[in-house]
Design a protein around this ligand. Structure first.
Ligand code: FAD
Ligand code: 2HG
Ligand code: ZN
Length: 489
């Protein structure tokens, strides 16, 4: 624990209570109004890998309240962790020690939506799925989708620059976010909520906050360009016998589907086995493929004409089966099947979590090299004596699953262990980062650095880049109070 930060006390709690409009906006173990168990869902992360010890959770209801809380903490030297839906996977949203948790879930209003421009303005604490539902009613779609949509916040999405399942179609948040409202570490409110598509008047400041992981400001409002919701969406899943075949199908899908291709995801048989086991345990098992494979890919289309799109997707399916590029393929026939085919891919993280303690690696490398990394990782774990064959339910490593956003060159490696241990971690890290760097890749494609990858940033960024980042951090947060011990250390 850095001694430069003030230790939170009951005195601070009293002051914070006076700042907030309602007593329910504050939870604390310091005055006995909450137990450590009450605070566990804020102190612990989604994977149950990172555990903070904060005695205070503050949940302001307005941007002004966020500002007052930040001003107070800044003056007192209290460290603060901004928290959204707490679904982050790199330990960024939880305290490392006793930092105050500033959770923004009470800032959850849609502020405005313009049906002509498609510009949505909303509080940072709006849940992603809620934003998308509101847009669906107007015939629009949020230009980001991910498995944690039911819990993550749009502010958290912007703070992590989340990529997700349809980046292939809608691009990164660096392109779709038009403006932000941010509370800076000293409490200053920056109103940068522009609704303009074009604005070349100086530095594009909002870009600094997209992907800043709560280190330079609290995102309280977002203005984002949302496209029309495709009138027709469809999905097909294929089983294949090799990673080479997955790459060929990716090339064919782009050629056949062109502008209607909206997602191309892949997962290996180990990922599929985890999902099947999880579904079986929950009574939802059913046979999907006549012929299973070593690999699977999911192709989604979204277009404006259902018949035209279906003809294209059926044409692709027939071509792939006819040329034996795939072993088997299933095309969704209705919205229930659409969801259940998507769940084969979306459920991989949750299913891995049910199977054990998961070491997660989220990397970018050229598409052709993606699966080679999974194989290298398995070899390394076997060499280290912790992986038997493809995994042993009774051994230290139960499974090594490779999957991800093929269309974006983004691989996820999930190593399912019987428990988190230094022995296993030392075998994996920094080896995994070394093999990514050898391939000129990124050690974090979309999840960010958090506490997990902060020490390893040098594998993907050179010294000059890191120095520039440090200067930016110091400019906004000279006392280093916002989300300490993370990102750049
Ligand atoms: P949190 O987890 O609360 O916080 C994440 C980081 O952002 C922290 O550093 C926090 O301090 C900061 N932060 C949060 N809110 C704010 C704010 N308002 N202002 C400033 N800083 C803030 N990620 C992907 O990129 N693609 C995926 O496909 C994807 N799928 C996922 C599937 C599952 C099942 C799960 C559990 C996670 C997945 N994630 C994915 C990771 C995670 O959901 C995203 O990183 C998400 O954007 C985090 O949003 P959140 O609101 O939960 O943020
Ligand atoms: C996904 O693509 C998410 O499903 C989560 O980014 C990946 O859990 C993971 O490793
Ligand atoms: Zn992902």
């Amino acid at each position: 624990r850095s001694t430069s930060f003030t230790k939170p006390t009951e005195e601070h709690l009293k002051d914070l209570k006076a700042i907030l409009s309602t007593p329910t906006s504050l939870l604390s173990t310091l005055d006995g109004s909450a137990t450590p168990d009450d605070l566990a869902s804020y102190n612990d992360d989604w994977m149950n890998k990172y555990h903070g010890k904060s005695p205070i959770v503050v949940k302001p209801r307005t941007t002004e309240e966020v500002s007052k809380v930040m001003k107070y903490c800044y003056e007192k030297g209290l460290a603060v962790v901004p928290q959204g839906g707490n679904t982050g996977l790199v330990g960024g949203s939880n305290p490392v020690h006793d930092e105050i948790i500033l959770n923004i879930s009470n800032l959850n209003k849609i502020r405005s939506f313009d049906e002509v421009s498609g510009v949505l303005v909303a509080d940072g604490g709006v849940i992603l799925e809620a934003a998308d539902h509101a847009l669906a009613e107007k015939g629009f779609i949020f230009p980001l989708d991910l498995g944690a949509k039911g819990s993550c916040h749009i502010g958290g999405n912007v703070a992590t620059n989340a990529g997700g399942l349809r980046l292939l179609r809608y691009g990164s948040l660096h392109g779709s976010v038009l403006g932000l409202e941010v509370v800076l570490p000293d409490g200053t409110i920056w109103d940068g909520l522009s609704k303009l598509r074009k604005d070349n008047t100086g530095f594009d400041l909002k870009q600094l906050f997209i992907g800043s992981e709560g280190t330079i400001g609290i995102i309280t409002g977002i203005s984002i360009h949302c496209p029309r919701r495709p009138a027709a969406m469809n999905v097909a899943v294929f089983s294949l016998d090799s990673y080479e075949a997955v790459q060929k199908v990716f090339a064919e899908a782009k050629g056949h589907l062109g502008e209607i291709l909206s997602a191309f995801e892949f997962f290996d048989k180990q990922s599929y086995a985890l999902v099947k086991k999880h579904q079986e345990e929950n009574g939802g098992e059913r046979k999907v493929f006549d012929q299973e494979g070593d690999f699977y890919c999911l192709i989604e289309t979204g277009g404006s004409n259902a018949e035209h799109d279906e003809a294209k997707l059926t044409g692709l399916l027939e071509h792939l089966l006819g040329t034996e590029m795939v072993l088997d393929g299933v095309l969704a026939q209705d919205s229930t099947q659409f969801q259940s085919l998507w769940s084969l891919r979306e459920l991989v993280p949750e299913s891995a979590g049910k199977a054990g303690s998961v070491y997660k690696y989220d990397v970018s490398v050229p598409v052709g090299k993606m699966y080679g990394l999974v194989e290298k990782m398995r070899a390394k774990l076997r060499e280290g004596g912790v992986l038997e064959g493809d995994g042993n339910p009774e051994g230290p490593i139960r499974a090594v699953a490779g999957y991800g956003h093929m269309g974006d060159g983004n691989l996820h490696i999930n190593i399912v262990a019987n428990k988190y241990s230094d022995e296993v971690e030392k075998i994996i890290e920094p080896y995994v980062y070394e093999i990514v760097a050898e391939n000129d890749g990124s050690i974090s494609a979309e999840h960010g650095l958090g506490v997990m990858k902060a020490p390893y940033i040098g594998y993907s960024k050179n010294d000059v880049s890191i120095e520039m980042m440090r200067k930016i951090k110091t400019l906004f947060d000279p006392k280093g109070l916002l989300n300490p011990y993370k990102y750049i250390i």
